[in-house]
Ligand binder design. Sequence first.
Ligand SMILES: C[S@@+](CC[C@H](N)C(=O)[O-])C[C@H]1O[C@@H](n2cnc3c(N)ncnc32)[C@H](O)[C@@H]1O
Length: 349
Amino acid sequence: MEKPSNLLLKLSRQLFDDPLEQGRFVTALTQPQPFHPCILWCRPRPESLPFAIAPTVSWQPAPVDRLALGERPGAHPWHEAGYFYCLDFSSVFAISPIALLKAQAGRPPQTIIDLCASPGGKGIFAGTTLQPALLLSNETIGKRMGALVSNLRRCFTPAENTAPQRVAAVSLDSQVLAEAMPQAADLVIVDAPCTGQSLLAKGETAPGCFHPVSINKNANRQKRILANAARLVAPGGHLAYMTCAYSPAENEGVMDWFLERFPQFAPVSVPPLAALQSPLTELPCYRMFPQDGLGAGAFTVLLQNQEAGAAQEIGEAGWAEFWGQLRQRCGAISRPVWIRDRPDHSPLS
Ligand SMILES: C[S@@+](CC[C@H](N)C(=O)[O-])C[C@H]1O[C@@H](n2cnc3c(N)ncnc32)[C@H](O)[C@@H]1O
């Protein structure tokens, strides 16, 4: 067993008042246990499955199955054929608030921008759950684009799959995107780069992840990305912010900063996650901790832009203009990659 560092012990005291809970948290990181594998269906769920299923939890979204320990869904031919995407349960938890938007009054989001997208899991969840007119997946780090494009192609190219009408991938800094397409999105997903502290609960490493310098650097990077994300959200639209870190400075701390600077945004309650309310804030922010055995852990919050104004409908002409602008303004920096277009419509190139 690895001896817990002083920085980890300090974090455990920041997170929990109860010494027993502090101990359970530290143990989950120093003696990692396997979590159930999980799949997200990209086409209607077949009645008979080739996997043993684990019990469903109360907030588990419909297109997701938690599998029995020991199942290896990634090795099944249905994976390569794009029937499902392997997503860990913490990621399912973190992205699950957006499922609320499916049933929202008015209409579900038409345009979704996944700002920190690679390898693609949260965007694929959003695309299959909300089936927007457009999913634009952005990954700033060029060398991570290959994995993103290949996952989007695998999950969204088969005609039988539940997919957005259009899917494209770009590799831009969030500021460039915000300048190119202000208020263009009904939903922006910020699955932010973070210290990656929860990797330890999966038995992986994240060097320096509890160090204050690393926490501070990541919190600042998240603030910059969120500030750009705010500019992308249409009036009435939503912003989903999540991390796989535990430190309050990266999560609730970033949220406090954001709401002070962008008061037009308000956090939205997510009733299915009520039992997972973060104990570190009065705001409706939600946390999964590794000692509860479901997943390595995550933080999530859904915000709505309360500004008045109509969300834009993208008709065919509007769509052509949108794509043209994207290519014109961003094409020189990063040529967008088309993954899927409407079956009755030839790709705009
Ligand atoms: C937590 S991962 C995203 C995981 C992905 N959303 C998924 O569900 O598969 C964070 C992503 O942010 C990207 N990233 C790193 N620095 C960034 C920045 N300055 N702006 C935007 N994204 C950045 C990383 O390359 C990484 O792909």
